[in-house]
Ligand binder design. Structure first.
Ligand SMILES: [Zn+2]
Length: 126
């Protein structure tokens, strides 16, 4: 602990400040005063921040209210594109299926044909 009057570091058992002679009781009172003042300052700071937040809230709400229609506009503008994208994706998928389906069917048919031939050959040799 330092003497709040002169800043000298006080020995633990000192009853007086070795430099300025301030009594420990007065030093402790001064330190308590300083602590109380610091707490008041902190409390005042918290109060100021609280008040600022309360005062700013309507401003934030106003800003949000102003931004909201813009967001709605963007959403409205984007929606048809999004819908079209989904439609296009579905069309592409449908087209892909239409193109692939005969090929897959033919492949399955060929596989079946080959399998039948293999079975016949196995039967003959067996
Ligand atoms: Zn002192």
């Amino acid at each position: 602990m330092n003497c709040p009057k002169c800043g000298t570091e006080l020995p633990l058992d000192a009853s007086y400040c070795p430099k300025c002679g301030a009594p420990r009781s007065e030093i402790e009172r001064l330190l308590n005063d300083a602590a109380r003042a610091a707490k008041r300052a902190v409390d005042a700071g918290v109060a100021v921040v609280d008040r600022a937040a309360k005062e700013l809230e309507p401003t934030f709400n106003k800003a949000a209210a102003k931004v909201r229609p813009a967001i709605d506009d963007v959403a409205r503008a984007v929606k048809p594109v999004a819908d079209k994208t989904v439609k296009t994706a579905k069309e592409v998928a449908d087209k892909t299926v239409a193109i692939v389906k005969p090929a897959v069917a033919k492949a399955a048919e060929t596989t079946e044909h080959v399998a039948r031939k293999v079975r016949e050959r196995v039967k003959k040799s067996g």
